[in-house]
Design a binder for this molecule. Structure first.
Ligand code: AMP
Ligand code: ZN
Length: 666
């Protein structure tokens, strides 16, 4: 290896860490995003060339890796407790009185936002991140280090000086509201379930096994407590300010105060201003500033006595229920939505609220014209939480759920044990058909992006497209006759549709829109059964043998293909030339055909990404957890002990990297 390249690697890492900090923590970038990407790419290239220079804390590791342990657990060095709550000024004064009994009259406090996310405890040694644990049960947490490393505002390497050789820092990881909204929109488009609120989205994201996916979630975080064997100062406020100088993101709104009045001012101020923040807070945390006093106050079994969380009540307003719409989605579920007299709530003008389902309406005994209480909890769409029955007019009609579909007049039905009411007219109900067509063309399915949702609806209403196969028969002439579509965009669309025939089979399967078959499940099924033909004819047993496929999914697949209409649609698609099997692997390359292989630990010749690619290249299926279905395990240095134990229990062959090489070489 040339020393200049080695130096370059070191320099790039240092530079990238620095720019990362400037961009994500202090918001003062010095270079363009493009320039940053170029530096990162150069580093990636060099690291590929010199795998022996692997560094788990290199800025390139931020993009994540899919080799993840099913989250090992580890003990917290210091338990992660909860906080006692206060909901009133009286409770706060009570807290203040108890503190002053010990601290004397001059107690100082630190007021902080109570971030509504997922708490995290991160260990650093010699200025390098070594481990990140979730709270878990407070005593033991999940090791989510790989995922946390993908969060750009969390330092992998510290800057500045004076940090303890070894310490733990605690904070909250959250999903900024804007990111959350975009993510949910994408999920709706892909037919996935929405997250109820940014906190759930953050928690869900942090537990994704594939950290490359986590990297895409744009999580962020703030830190609010430092734990070291010896304190740096007696002041919590001073300590976190020093942590800020090492590159940690500390809220600029954290404030040191001297009296209960100042605490109340802080709480009142943020109660009205919190909607302006880019993230959710659900209260204010008040902490005693002096560590000496903190130690004297100590802990109860559940929480420290030196801190209290003042919780904001969810904001709620009264307004009038004007009418109820019943919307039909892609899967036929009918959702009632309330139209309200517009009212200002938590920073937005609210006109609509979700009513969830029939039971919800019945339980509230909702009448038209009712005065209702609307709340904005964590959810983005506000909800109706109560009715002021005293304001109801005598002649107000009760809200009734229609018996027939508002879109197609079919009789609605309800599946045993499910709250949802559905329109069963799958192939005749316009919003269901249009929804399925939109799903078919969506980015993660056939990816025909030039076809917007409106165009699709138009094509349907004009009688040009009724089933996905119809897309492939559209002509430029037909399209350009549609209003607003010129010759040029019409021919672009036709090209894009033609192009989509090259979409890999895994995504074709997802595009079909089979209930419960999401993007990942589709991939797994495609790779396991190999072709559409096999999937169409698979028995329940064959389907259940596929990892991640349970009775619900198996049933749904069999039902889908037993419907003659679906079968016909799929046959047309096949005739039109879409891909119906996973890419053929050339004969020399299929040495690992269908084998489920797990790699664990650090390998000599391959990075995590490369071993995965190699397994796939030879027809194998890289997996991340040990199960009965695993064919063998390749072990490297520091392999996960639990995996090995499990592998031995299940009698799964464990091989070395060299043995693997022999296996795939001629
Ligand atoms: P709770 O779960 O309601 O008992 O509240 C305790 C949790 O609040 C902690 O585990 C943290 O995840 C979270 N939290 C948010 N902001 C802060 C903060 N500034 N200081 C301490 N904990 C916080
Ligand atoms: Zn219908």
């Amino acid at each position: 290896m040339s020393t200049t390249e080695l130096e370059r690697i070191k320099w790039l890492r240092q530079e990238l860490h620095r720019h990362n900090y400037l961009y994500y923590v202090v918001n003062q970038p010095e270079i363009s995003d493009y320039h940053y990407d170029m530096l990162l790419r150069e580093l990636e290239m060099l690291e590929k060339k010199y795998p022996e220079e692997y560094d788990p804390n290199s800025p390139t590791q931020r993009v994540g890796s899919d080799v993840s342990d099913q989250f090992q657990q580890a003990d917290h060095r210091y338990p992660m407790l909860s906080l006692s709550n206060a909901y009133s000024v009286e409770e706060l004064m009570d807290f203040d009185r108890k503190v002053r009994e010990i601290a004397g009259p001059n107690a100082s406090y630190v007021c902080e936002h109570k971030f509504d996310g997922v708490s995290i405890s991160i260990e650093y040694r010699n200025g390098t991140m070594i481990r990140a644990l979730t709270r878990g049960d407070g005593q033991r947490g999940d090791d989510v280090t790989l995922n946390v490393k993908t969060i750009r505002s969390i330092p992998l390497k510290l800057i500045g000086t004076g940090y303890p050789e070894h310490f733990e820092i605690r904070g909250e990881i959250f999903m900024p509201r804007r990111v959350f909204e975009v993510l949910n929109q994408q999920r709706i488009q892909n037919g996935e379930k929405e997250f109820a609120n940014p906190r759930n989205a953050a928690a869900g994201s942090l537990k994704i096994l594939d950290s490359r996916e986590v990297a895409k979630r744009s999580l962020d975080g703030y830190f609010y407590y430092l734990l070291a064997d010896t304190d740096l100062s007696d002041s919590h406020f001073e300590t976190i300010n020093r942590a800020r100088s090492w590159g940690f993101k500390i809220s600029p709104y954290t404030a040191k105060v001297e009296s209960i009045d100042e605490i109340i001012d802080y709480i009142n101020y943020w109660e009205t201003q919190r909607d302006e923040l880019p993230y959710d807070i659900d209260g204010i945390v008040v902490k005693v500033d002096s560590f000496r006093v903190q130690k004297e106050l100590g802990f109860t079994a559940k929480s420290p006595r030196w801190a209290v969380a003042f919780k904001y009540k969810p904001e709620s307003v009264q307004t009038v229920l004007l009418s109820v719409d019943f919307q039909v989605g892609r899967t036929g579920v009918v959702t009632p939505v309330a139209n309200l007299a517009p009212v200002f709530l938590a920073g937005t003008n609210v006109k609509r609220a979700s009513l969830h389902n029939y039971d919800f309406i019945r339980n509230l005994n909702l009448h038209l014209g009712d005065t209702v209480m609307v709340e904005k909890g964590g959810e983005i769409i506000p909800k109706i939480v109560g009715v002021d029955v005293s304001k109801r007019h005598d002649d107000a009609p009760a809200v009734v759920f229609p018996k027939t579909c508002p879109e197609c007049n079919s009789f609605l039905s309800q599946n045993e044990g499910e709250a949802a009411i559905i329109c069963p007219n799958e192939d005749g109900c316009p919003p269901q058909i249009i929804g399925k067509l939109i799903h078919f063309t969506s980015r993660k399915a056939m990816n025909i992006e030039s076809l917007g949702e409106e165009t699709i609806a138009m094509l349907y209403h004009q009688g040009l497209v009724n089933s996905p196969a119809d897309f492939y028969r559209l002509t430029v002439a037909q399209l350009s006759r549609l209003e607003r579509l010129g010759e040029k965009s019409a021919s672009n669309i036709v090209n894009a549709i033609e192009q989509s025939k090259q979409t890999p089979f895994e995504r074709v399967l997802f595009a079909l829109g089979i209930k419960h078959v999401g993007e990942t499940v589709a991939k797994t099924i495609a790779r396991n059964l190999g072709s559409l033909e096999k999937i169409m004819n698979a028995s329940e047993e064959e389907l259940l043998a596929i990892p991640d496929v349970g009775p619900q999914i198996a049933n749904s697949i069999r039902q889908f293909f037993s419907n003659p209409k679906n079968k016909n649609m799929v046959e047309q698609l096949i005739a039109l030339g879409i891909k119906t099997q996973i890419e053929q692997i050339s004969p020399v390359m299929n040495k690992l055909q269908g084998k489920r292989i797990l790699a664990t630990g650090k390998l000599q010749r391959y990075s995590r990404e490369e071993i995965k690619e190699t397994i796939e290249k030879y027809g194998g299926i890289p997996v991340t957890t040990v199960s009965k279905q695993t064919d063998f395990i390749i072990v490297g240095e520091n392999a996960g002990e639990r995996k090995l134990v499990k592998a031995r229990e299940l009698n799964i062959p464990i091989i070395s990297e060299d043995e693997f090489l022999t296996m795939i070489s001629d």
